[in-house]
Design a protein around this ligand. Sequence first.
Ligand SMILES: Nc1nc2c(ncn2[C@@H]2O[C@H](COP(=O)(O)OP(=O)(O)OP(=O)(O)O)[C@@H](O)[C@H]2O)c(=O)[nH]1
Ligand SMILES: [Mg+2]
Ligand SMILES: [Zn+2]
Length: 308
Amino acid sequence: MEQGIVIKSTGSRYRVLYSEREITECTIKGKFRVKGLRTTNPVAVGDNVLFEFDKSKESGVITEILDRKNYILRRSSNLSKESQIIAANIDQVFLMITIILPSTPIEFIDRFLITAEAYRIPAIIIINKTDLYGHEENMKMEYLISLYEKIGYECFRLSVTGNTGIDIIKTIMKDKISLLAGNSGVGKTSLLNNFNPSLNLKTEKISDYHRQGKHVTTFPEMHRMPFGGFIIDTPGIRGFGVVDMERSEIYHFFPEIFKISKNCRYYNCLHLDEPECAVREAVEKGIIDPLRYRSYVNILEDENRKYR
Ligand SMILES: Nc1nc2c(ncn2[C@@H]2O[C@H](COP(=O)(O)OP(=O)(O)OP(=O)(O)O)[C@@H](O)[C@H]2O)c(=O)[nH]1
Ligand SMILES: [Mg+2]
Ligand SMILES: [Zn+2]
């Protein structure tokens, strides 16, 4: 029996890293299910597994998944109740966004952040492609940075192609398992190639017509970094479905809303149209950013629709 870590999963085959730098392909034996969770993939990138070699020693069979410290999910599709485990045993998540080419919607950012909050995984924001920004984009970037830093999220300005802002991110990623997420075309894979040119991973220009990425990376994959630690490159996710969350607790994962909600008149206030709602008052006074509040309401309404 050997122990290893899953570094890539493509449906039914798993690539497993063991004894520091050996890699083997594995399949799974039997059924693995997370209690109370319907997932499309039983084994995910980042899983620590036990496996046995075939007689040929060329491939193996995973026989056990060791306890997960955490995992991050996304809903398989909007309607489905099944979800997909994107990765497991993550120390921190980095959300890469861009102001233009493509423009990351704020609701996308917030959906990602509440997912990280729900799983209690520290989240950090990276704003890439600063080399492309003029006055207007810089204003927008600084607005977002001050908004998210006030809530408590660290933000970093980056230009992968301009080679600025890279070292600080390296320092934070060193010796950790980091998940790198963000919409398609923001430059996630480009950053990995910059960190480790020998990876030579596939990247692609975003389309001129749609001004969006082309979903170049299709499966999450974990890469060892030359400076120590691992980074999980993920496919540009169109959106995060809120998984594993009660409607009534969604606001718990907006830290600044949660804090103020303690002053609401009703303990079960959803901060919509209840009387004496401290959250709405704070929005009116500009203490809570109206864009964040709008994200909250939109996410809540989305969840409503699900139950109709
Ligand atoms: N101008 C500029 N372009 C960049 C920068 N970083 C990446 N790009 C370009 O953006 C395009 C998309 O980069 P990718 O690394 O493929 O993006 P991705 O986030 O991995 O996209 P998916 O795999 O589809 O999710 C490529 O043409 C990169 O060269 C940057 O800092 N500045
Ligand atoms: Mg990619
Ligand atoms: Zn309220």
